[in-house]
Design a protein around this ligand. Structure first.
Ligand code: FMN
Length: 182
């Protein structure tokens, strides 16, 4: 049976988004996918922890989709991590609620591939910037999946964005099919 996927989406200015909009439209209606728009659900930024934990518990895989902001994520993602991944629930001796579930991050960045890495003006690769997320997944006993990354998103043509959106859809479908031992 296809595994259920919770897409935790965060974009504080979704009405102006091009890249995330294209990606979101490609996956939000897939069967078995719950598209959860954090800024829409929590416009006052007050996160309902019990509701979020229950959503996590009822899905097999978590996808964190957001634009890359200051080498990280929009603020509501940080708030969500701080509040929802509680000690004794998500991590710690008794905290096994997320163990064995998948975590995949979906990132759009303004900077292109050339700007990321030792020779680029951002100095480090996106993989390096993603380490705090990877370590968080690991601490919660989750399986870290290779992030889906769309770079230089502001320069992307509609054709390139459509291509990225189709690839993203295929990626989510593959995540749903992936078995326990994958
Ligand atoms: C507050 C803010 C911080 C940003 N920080 C970065 C960054 O650290 N690295 C980067 O490559 N792009 C950065 N960007 C550019 C966004 O990642 C880019 O505009 C976004 O991914 C485009 O997606 P969208 O069309 O869905 O908005 C930033 C943009 C904003 C508004």
């Amino acid at each position: 049976m296809a595994r259920s996927v919770l897409i935790l989406f965060a974009h504080p200015a979704f009405q102006r988004s091009r890249a995330n909009r294209a990606l979101a439209e490609a996956v939000r209606d897939l069967p078995g996918v719950t598209f959860h728009d954090l800024y829409e659900v929590y416009p006052d930024l007050l996160i309902d922890v019990a509701r979020e934990q229950s959503l996590l518990s009822s899905h097999d895989a978590l996808v964190l989709q957001h634009p890359f902001y200051w080498y990280s994520a929009p603020a509501l993602i940080k708030e969500w991590l701080d509040l929802v991944l509680e000690h004794g629930w998500a991590y710690g001796e008794a905290g096994r609620a997320l163990a064995g579930k998948d975590w995949m991050s979906t990132i759009t960045s303004g900077g292109g591939e050339d700007s990321y890495g030792p020779g680029g003006f951002n100095r480090y690769t996106i993989t390096e910037f993603m380490r705090p997320f990877e370590a968080t997944a690991h601490l919660c006993g989750m399986r870290w999946r290779t992030p889906f990354i769309v770079q230089a998103s502001h320069m992307s043509t509609p054709a390139r964005l459509a291509e990225a959106a189709a690839a993203y859809r295929a990626h989510i479908l593959a995540l749903q099919r992936r078995g326990e031992d994958a």
